[in-house]
Each structure stands twice: as C-alpha cells, then as structure tokens.
Design a protein around this ligand. Structure first.
Ligand code: LLP
Length: 412
C-alpha cells in the first residue's frame, strides 16, 4: 500500500503531481511519501503490541536524516551497522538506548563511539569482536551490553546475495560456538550478555524460515536459562519482504501474530529490525526519457536514471515496476529500460511491456524507497539525485541534488 496514485490522469505523490516535482527539482529524482512511511511504521509496530518490543528501523535501507527523524518521532529505534549510521541516528534524535549495532567488522573507533552513546546493545558476530569490545569497554570504564548474533543455518529462500543465516554465510556464530561465547561473556568484566540476535536474510516472502529460526533460538534460550544465563532481549532482525512484482509476502499483522503466539509469556523484549517493509514502497525514482532506439532484437528506452542511482536491477536482477507519470493511453511495446552508464548491466528493466513512450516523457520506477538512494554511487561521475519528501500538499527537499563541484570537493 502506498500513496502514489493516478488522479485526474496523472501520477501524484499524495496531493502533488509527480510531473510538477520533476519540473521543479529535475530528474532523476527520488520522491518519498511521508504518509506511506508513517503508515508502514505504524502497521508494522502495532503488529507486536501484544509483546514488549522495540522496532529498530534498519538505517541501511534509507538513511536520510529526515526519514530517520520521522521514525524516531514515531517511537522507533535504529538498527545500525557502522559509525556513520550511528552518527546519522544520533543526529536524527534517536536516543542511544534505542540503538542496536550489528555487523561483522566493527572497528575500534566505531565501538568507542557506540559505547560513548550508551547504545542498547552490540550484536556480536565473532569471538575476536567480543574480546575487542571487552577491552575497549574496560578502557573506557564501561560495561558493554551485548547479544550474540546466532547463525541458525536456515534457508530464507531469497536471493543468495541477501541470505545471511546459512552455514556458508559470514554472519554470526553457529549454536555450538555461541555456547562457548556466552560462557566466556559471563567471565569478561567489560561485557554484559543481555540478548540473543539473528538476521537470516532480506526480502523473505514467507513466515516459515522466521519460525524455524525462532524455534532453534528458543531451544537455545532454554538451554541458557538452565545454565543461569538470563537473556532479556531477543532480536529477530529484519527481512520481511514486500511486493515488487507478484510476490505475496505475509502482512506484518500475520507476522506479528505468529511471533506473539510463539513468545507469549516469556520474559523477553522482542527487537525487530525492519528496513524494506517500512521504506520500500514509500519511494519512487522519477526519470526522464532521453532517447528511443530500436535494434533488430530490442527496443531500448534510454532514461536519465542509471545503475548508479538504483543498483538493485544490475546487482540482483531485481524487478521494479515502472509506470508512466502522465499516461497517454498508447499501445504497449516490449522495452529494455536502460541508463546512460557504459555497462551492459545498466538497466532498470528488461523485456518489459510498457505503453509506447516518447522523448521527454517521465517514468516512475516503483519500490525505490529502500536500498535505492543508500546504494547510489557517483559511477561515471554522475552527481547523485535529489530526494524530496511529500506530505499531503507539502514538499520538502530532504537532500539536494549533487553538483559537479560536489564530485571533486574532496579531491586534492
Ligand atoms: N538487520 C540486519 C542485521 C541486516 O543486515 C538487514 C539487512 C536488516 C536488518 C534489514 O533487512 P530488511 O528488513 O530491509 O530486509 N541491498 C539489498 C538488501 C540487503 C539487506 C542487508 N541487510 C537489496 O537491495 O535487496
């Protein structure tokens, strides 16, 4: 569900015609809908009302400070994976005690910064990381709250690049190593093991892998309880998928009910780290058709957005819906929608049936609110697009378009 709809024959972002935004702010342009963002956060968060819980928005999905601030105002915490994300979360007004920190490669200075911010917990992914956090905490005269990220060896049945909870993945510790890890954590004076964590992958379209994981974690939780290790937080990560094409992911309510049934009565605070399910469908990428070109085998629409602006199709062969901003009722044709970058992987859609389009017309690429701008680069020396937030009739530029000067600003 989102608020990009056709009204009076043209696509609107809430109350604002998308064509007006393109005229005013240029293309390519990320356009976000504030009502969609709020609605998705509330729908997700309220699905867990039956449990003590904290919804930590996954900053990597969309890290614009205005987006993070909206999440914080709704009571959300943040899931971070770097010092840069910590900096953004704090700048957006998120209190340290609502921040959880995952990632396999936390550096010394990042651990220090997180301890200084008194974050809720580190999701620890290796024994060496545990020892590094202990040393730094002692040096700072602090005790670090931690959980171990458990790798449950569950197949999330998603794209291999975004599967994270299988034996062969670099993430977390298997249960065998986790046993030793909790034993050691109890002995380390700079460490307080308060939680258990996992994140098995992204864009999951069924509940089963989550439940299989939860079952394994709860078995381990009971084992720890018997040993006298009392965990207070259970962090199940993110991963709930959205509809890009034909997928039918479970509604957050269904997900919430399944988890509530499984966890009811346990003295645990559930932590969730949703990214895509909240931000994915709150954004579109608006692009202008530059050229049309037909070869004996293909019809190409060459647009002004490229893989540097939205890399998902190039990287994961992901499907993103594409719609006309001002539909003209023309017959359909099969197109490859491609950008100006000098790579064959630079496409937004392949063999896609779209109404015939012409030079200068606008197209909107859907579901671009998560892992869109955050994965954008300057490849081919292309300044990154502006981001605008629409809220009813109000439009705010939440990130300016980069300039050529920005491209070289740090070069000496
Ligand atoms: N927590 C952790 C520890 C994660 O690594 C991730 C995503 C999340 C939460 C949020 O997952 P979500 O709810 O958004 O599925 N660039 C890829 C997605 C990579 C996800 C990485 N980790 C894409 O565009 O599909």
């Amino acid at each position: 569900m989102h608020y990009f709809e056709y009204k009076n024959g043209s696509m609107h972002a809430e109350e604002v015609p998308v064509a007006d935004l393109a005229r005013e702010y240029g293309t390519p342009l990320y356009v976000y809908s504030a009502s969609t963002l709020r609605r998705h956060f509330k729908a997700f968060d309220s699905a867990f009302n039956g449990l003590e819980h904290l919804t930590c928005f996954s900053v990597k999905a969309n890290s614009n400070i205005s987006v993070l601030r909206m999440m914080a105002e709704l009571g959300g915490g943040m899931d971070i994976v770097s010092g840069g994300e910590l900096f953004r979360a704090l700048k957006a007004g998120v209190p340290g005690n609502k921040i959880v920190y995952s990632g396999v490669g936390k550096k010394d200075h990042e651990i220090r910064e997180a301890l200084a911010a008194d974050i809720l917990m580190f999701n620890v992914e290796s024994m060496q990381e545990l020892s590094r956090i202990n040393d730094i905490a002692l040096d700072m005269g602090r005790v670090a709250r931690i959980s171990f990220r458990i790798n449950p060896d569950v197949d999330p049945k998603t794209h291999p690049y975004i599967s994270t909870g299988m034996k062969k993945n670099k993430f977390g510790l298997d249960i065998e190593h986790s046993r030793k890890a909790y034993d050691l954590a109890l002995e380390l004076p700079g460490i307080d093991p308060v939680g258990m964590d996992c994140h098995i992958g992204s864009q999951l379209t069924s509940i089963e892998p989550f439940m299989e994981t939860l079952e394994k974690l709860l078995r381990f939780y009971n084992e720890l309880e018997e040993k006298g290790v009392h965990i207070r937080y259970l962090d199940l990560g993110g991963g709930l998928g959205i509809t890009y094409d034909q997928e039918e992911p479970p509604h957050p309510e269904e997900f919430g009910k399944a988890l509530t049934d499984a966890l009811n009565g346990l003295p645990l605070t559930l932590i969730l780290e949703p990214g895509r399910v909240i931000a994915g469908n709150m954004g579109i990428l608006v692009t202008e058709v530059q050229y049309l070109k037909s070869t004996p085998s293909k019809n190409f629409v060459i647009v002004d957005a490229a893989m540097n602006d939205l890399v998902r199709p190039a990287l994961y062969q992901s499907y993103h819906g594409i719609g006309e901003v001002e539909p003209r009722g023309r017959a359909c044709k099969v197109y490859d929608v491609v950008g100006p970058i000098c790579e064959t992987s630079d496409f937004l859609a392949r063999d896609r049936e779209l109404p015939e389009t012409e030079q200068g017309e606008l197209l909107a690429v859907y579901s671009a609110g998560a892992y869109g701008f955050t994965m954008a680069s300057n490849y081919n020396s292309r300044p990154r697009p502006a981001e605008v937030m629409v809220d009813g009739e109000k439009v705010s530029v939440i990130r300016k378009r980069e300039t050529y000067q920005d491209l070289v600003a740090l070069e000496l």
